[in-house]
Design a protein around this ligand. Structure first.
Ligand SMILES: Nc1ncnc2c1ncn2[C@@H]1O[C@H](COP(=O)(O)OP(=O)(O)OP(=O)(O)O)[C@@H](O)[C@H]1O
Ligand SMILES: [Mg+2]
Length: 514
């Protein structure tokens, strides 16, 4: 047994407690650069070395890299070079009294750092699985060379350092990952908000502007909104604009097409199903629960059966749902937007729609105008769609001749904006040149433009065209209602006084009713 005197013993216990101390510090440091600096400083102290460095192995590039001090630049070199490289290749400790005497010593580093290396101790840095992750070097022992005890101490420190370094690297990776996801998320939300912004609702006509003002007014309240209008007038577009501009925007927008829903599924779709222990039925979450905190869009709400209407009404009144097969009342906070192209007033009269539900859904009513009502918006809409499709198809920008624009304005558009979009898309795809002429429009549109009653091609400016169209609309309404001004005004969306004023302006004579 070796004889150990008291002073040696106290030295060993001092070193041990210093090592323990370092380990504790290492484990609480998460920042890689700070950690490397800390380990290097502490190791130098315990080993009485002038300085220590940890070189980490970059496996992708097969390079060793290190930072000499916190604020300094990184040094990087081929992982086969120098004493560190020799440790990487052999996995063995190297202890040199004079590094410059060893042919493996890579003098470039001393040149680079302006440091003069004498004695050098290098041990491998291996992770928990025994995989080599770097090299731990101590340089210039205070008096002379590093001994066997120093080797043991550096190895012990290296084992701890490897784990701490791996943890810190993992932590850094996670943080980078999280930052990237956050950035991506912000970017995606910007895109979503852009896509559903009210700016995408085209139209400068008073009717569209009134819709936009209404959306603005109600965007931050949670009132239920009923959106009515013919097919293709933009009901869904408006519903999404309301949701994505409201305080609920970051919560779900859940759409349910009531027309496509068989009676037997209504309840489970809306309220979900509780898992049936006896029946083996799987639990399913209903739309109300999915939309909690957000918006539920009930499309084609006029097609809901009376039974489904009664169930929906109950939820709207009590603000709780019950899953099918469940007994618990689950509170839900959902804003209901609904849409229909049916005349719900008439459906109520026929007994097909509950009046009490109607009033719950229609706290605010938005009526989407048909394209026929906003003819002045047709050319700018058409141009905007054309620009969009050309860009999408990577085609040169195209334009419509004035005659083609007028023909589009004259057509009755039973499919409204969707039909206009489809027509423009077809033209963008099929017309090779840059200009779309009247005769290239679909036959129905072209035909309606060609009829003498609506042929406006001789009229040049937009304003004149609109004036002409307005005049014709008035004449047509008067004829349709056998010159009854009250009825004609109503059909045109004017007051009787308003109609009389316009008739005067256009020189339309009132024909006395007989
Ligand atoms: N004012 C508008 N500005 C721009 N695009 C519009 C406008 N109105 C409708 N659209 C577009 O027309 C198409 C049809 O709109 P949307 O689906 O919202 O109509 P809808 O009223 O829900 O139709 P349906 O009754 O058939 O379900 C969509 O591509 C929509 O983006
Ligand atoms: Mg729709």
């Amino acid at each position: 047994m070796d004889f150990i005197n008291q002073s040696e013993q106290s030295q060993i216990s001092q070193k041990l407690s210093a090592i323990l101390n370092i380990c504790q510090k290492m484990n609480s440091e998460r920042d890689l650069t700070t950690l490397l600096d800390l380990i290097a400083r502490e190791a130098s102290r315990v080993l009485e070395a002038d300085r220590s460095t940890i070189f980490l192995l970059d496996r992708d590039k097969n390079e060793l890299w290190s930072k000499v001090a916190l604020d300094s630049k990184e040094i990087r070199f081929d992982a086969r070079l120098g004493i560190a490289g020799a440790v990487v290749m052999t996995g063995q400790t190297i202890n040199l009294e004079d590094a410059h005497q060893d042919p493996r010593f890579y003098k470039e580093i001393d040149v680079h750092t302006g440091y003069r290396t004498r004695s050098l101790l290098a041990v491998p840095l291996a992770n928990f699985e025994g995989q080599l992750v770097g090299v731990f070097e101590a340089l210039n022992k205070k008096d002379g060379a590093f001994n066997g005890e120093d080797e043991e101490i550096l190895k012990a420190l290296a084992a701890q350092a490897a784990i701490a370094v791996e943890t810190a690297q993992m932590f850094e990776d996670l943080r980078r990952h999280r930052d990237r996801l956050l950035q991506e998320n912000t970017q995606l939300w910007k895109e979503v908000e852009g896509r559903f912004s009210t700016q995408n609702i085209l139209g400068t006509s008073e009717k569209i502007q009134a819709v936009l003002r209404l959306i603005e007014q109600i965007r931050d309240s949670s009132v239920n909104v009923l959106i009515t209008g013919e097919s293709g007038t933009g009901k869904e577009l408006v519903a999404k604009a309301i949701h994505y501009n409201s305080s609920r925007a970051r919560r779900p927008f859940v759409a349910l097409n009531c027309a496509a829903l068989p009676e037997s599924l209504v309840e489970s779709e809306l309220f979900g199903i509780e898992r049936g222990v006896a029946t083996g039925v799987e639990r399913r979450t209903g739309k109300f629960e999915v939309a909690d905190g957000g918006t539920l869009f009930l499309d084609e709400v006029g097609d809901l059966s009376l039974i489904a209407q009664a169930k929906l009404l109950r939820v709207l009144q009590e603000r709780v749902i019950e899953r099918v097969g469940g007994r618990k009342a689950i509170p839900v906070d959902v804003r209901i937007l609904s849409a229909t192209n049916k005349d719900l007033g008439a459906e109520i009269k026929r007994g097909n729609f509950r009046e009490d539900l109607y009033y719950r859904l229609k706290v605010v009513h938005i009526r989407m105008p048909t394209l026929r009502e906003i003819r002045e918006d047709i050319p700018p809409m058409a141009n905007s769609f054309l620009t969009h499709y050309c860009r999408e198809l990577k085609k040169e920008p195209m334009n419509l001749t004035p005659e083609a624009s007028v023909a589009l304005m004259n057509y009755s558009w039973p499919g409204n904006v969707r039909e206009l979009q489809n027509e423009i898309k077809r033209l963008a795809v099929s017309i090779p040149g840059k200009t779309i002429r009247e005769e290239e429009l679909s036959e129905v549109i072209h035909a309606s433009a060609g009829s003498p009653a609506t042929n406006l091609t001789s009229v040049s400016s937009l304003k004149e065209t609109i004036t002409e169209l307005e005049k014709r609309a008035i004449l047509e309404a008067l004829r349709k209602f056998q010159q009854n001004q009250q009825q004609a005004a109503k059909a045109l969306g004017l007051s009787r006084q308003g109609l009389i004023k316009k008739m005067k302006r256009y020189g339309i004579k009132a024909v006395p009713l007989n």
